[in-house]
Design a protein around this ligand. Structure first.
Ligand code: ATP
Length: 535
């Protein structure tokens, strides 16, 4: 599938628009149009229903070590600045950036790739930026230009080693920046915090600086005690939250995949330290299955377990659920969701002060004066099991998903071009969005075959009665074939047509978007039939 086709359909049919488009757009921000808002809302609702409100607190689900409870929260985007100091985001949530003195462009240090190459008795590290679609070719072009050689002499370039990241290079004097003509124009890497800053109140001093949350998770940790004290939940239990997060990403790209404002769907699952490994395994499988159940092709999904060296010592494991997005090179996958075992790092950091994750057992990170670098709340966030009497700080398993990345994956998966007959029976290429009926923006479209003989009246009655339960659409304009096509592009799984026969026997035709199968049902049975089909 070519990404341009999906991007153009998204704009044409109102799934997604560039934010502030009439002013030329703003990089890393996207708006959801009339169809997109329904799609994304259905995805978030399906997640909430499957993980929270529809969860059976009493049953032991397959693969789960025990029965567990689920509950929800909705926290503010701006929180006390100390939250981000104790969570580690203030110190650690950064990328390293390099600036080019010549081109005035800024790049992420780890995203510049290059190769060592020699010609005319000089060896340089020629590079390409992260937006390059064919870095090897771009690097060769860079090197030829630098050495003043023609492309027909490309075999005179002596390459030393494969494509590697700029992070492997110490001496920037030999580096040719992605958009530079001379060597050594890149500055040393500098830290860049990804949190958006804002100011609270009218005075606007440094003390009034606050941050837009870069994840929803911290709101859950700092409310842990409130939830335990106000509801009757017992460990093990999970708290879920859906909401906006903000990261000042250096290179927003790939449509909505990496945006600066996005929505997350996160669960913090609190359990006893002894069973946290089993819970980690349970959540990893449970969340992977969810994407399959919602229609993603298993062949395009992987569950990538992080290497033990990548993990903090307090964590048993972290796994990413990744999808083969069509904008990525063959064999590469992009993260949809991370499932992390976080031990007691977060609750203890908010209690005692930011812990130093490199210590074992973990102790509070100290400043030069030997005092906590970031002071905790001092509140007791431990939990007492009222049956066993044991008091402990629960361990946390965190399945953290992105609503926008999930929406993008479902759109990529759904985009299909096949053949279908037009009004005259000739086969034509059609574009169809094969979205799972649960997340489809419009569940059914209702068409009177013609605008006379009582058909519109009957169709409108059906429309109004179905509207009570679902987002359905009424359309009486144009040839029926054209009306089908518009709904195929919108991903509407069922079209209901009211024709001459309907007026005689009160039956209507249902057409299935994917199989093109058509069958008649009694108008009175339509609601029940749709309920079965939508699931
Ligand atoms: P990446 O490595 O791609 O930057 P991450 O590992 O930093 O992602 P997490 O901090 O684990 O991401 O966030 C959890 C989820 O939030 C991700 O799996 C993703 O779905 C979503 N997410 C994170 N950053 C962005 C972003 N800039 N735009 C859209 N979604 C995002």
């Amino acid at each position: 599938m070519e990404m341009e086709k999906l991007v153009s359909l998204c704009k044409r049919r109102g799934f997604m628009f560039q934010s502030s488009e009439i002013y030329g757009g703003i990089n890393g921000f996207w708006d959801y149009g009339p169809l997109g808002v329904e799609l994304k809302r259905n995805i978030k609702d399906a997640w909430w229903r499957d993980m929270v409100t529809g969860h059976d607190d009493l049953a032991q689900l397959p693969g789960a070590p025990a029965a567990y409870e689920m509950t929800g929260l909705d926290c503010t985007i701006i929180m006390h600045p100390q939250v981000w100091k104790c969570s580690g985001h203030y110190d650690l949530f950064h990328d390293y950036m390099v600036d080019c003195r010549e081109s005035k462009k800024r790049y992420r240090h780890d995203q510049i790739q290059g190769r060592w190459v020699e010609a005319k008795d000089k060896k340089i590290f020629a590079t390409a930026g992260s937006d390059s679609e064919s870095p090897e070719a771009d690097i060769e072009r860079q090197a030829l230009k630098f050495f003043g050689m023609r492309s027909k002499n490309a075999d005179e370039l002596k390459w030393d080693g494969p494509l590697v990241s700029l992070t492997t290079v110490d001496d920037f004097e030999q580096v040719l920046g992605p958009d530079a003509k001379s060597l050594g124009t890149l500055t040393p890497p500098r830290e860049f915090n990804l949190m958006f800053k804002t100011t609270i109140g009218a005075l606007g001093g440094e003390a009034d600086t606050a941050f837009l949350r870069p994840e929803t998770a911290q709101g859950i940790f700092v409310n842990f005690k409130n939830v335990v004290d106000s509801s009757r939940v017992r460990v093990p239990f999970g708290i879920a939250q859906v909401g906006k997060s903000f990261r000042n990403e250096i290179t927003p790209r790939n449509f909505t995949f990496r945006s600066r404002e996005f929505e997350q769907m996160e669960i913090e699952f609190f359990c006893h330290p002894d069973s946290s490994q089993e819970w980690y395994r349970y959540w990893r499988e449970r969340r992977f299955q969810w994407y399959k159940d919602m229609g993603l092709d298993e062949g395009k999904l992987i569950l990538r377990e992080h290497d033990p060296e990548e993990l903090a010592h307090y964590s048993i494991g972290t796994a990413d659920i990744e999808y083969a997005f069509p904008f990525l090179p063959e064999g590469e996958y992009g993260e949809l969701e991370g499932i992390a075992h976080r031990g007691d790092f977060d609750l203890r950091s908010h209690m005692e002060g930011k812990l130093d994750p490199s210590t074992n057992p973990m102790t509070v990170e100290l400043n030069e004066e030997g005092k906590p670098k970031h002071r905790g709340s001092g509140k007791d966030l431990s939990y007492r099991d009222d049956i066993t009497g044991e008091r402990f700080v629960p361990h946390v398993v965190e399945p953290s998903a992105g609503a926008d990345r999930a929406t993008l994956a479902f759109l990529c998966e759904a985009f299909t071009e096949d053949e279908a007959p037009d009004d005259k029976g000739n086969m034509q290429t059609r574009t169809v969005m094969k979205l799972h009926p649960r997340i489809a923006p419009i569940k059914a479209a209702i068409f009177p075959l013609v605008k006379k003989d009582g058909m519109p009246e009957m169709a409108q009655d059906i429309y109004r009665s179905l509207k009570k339960d679902w987002n359905v659409f009424y359309d009486e304009k144009g040839a029926v074939g054209r009306r089908y096509r518009r709904q195929d592009e919108a991903g509407t799984p069922f079209c209901i047509t009211i024709d001459g026969e309907s007026m005689q026997d009160q039956t209507v035709t249902i057409r299935h978007r994917d199989t093109l199968e058509q069958w008649r049902v009694k108008a009175d049975d339509l609601s029940g039939e749709l309920r079965k089909l939508i699931g």
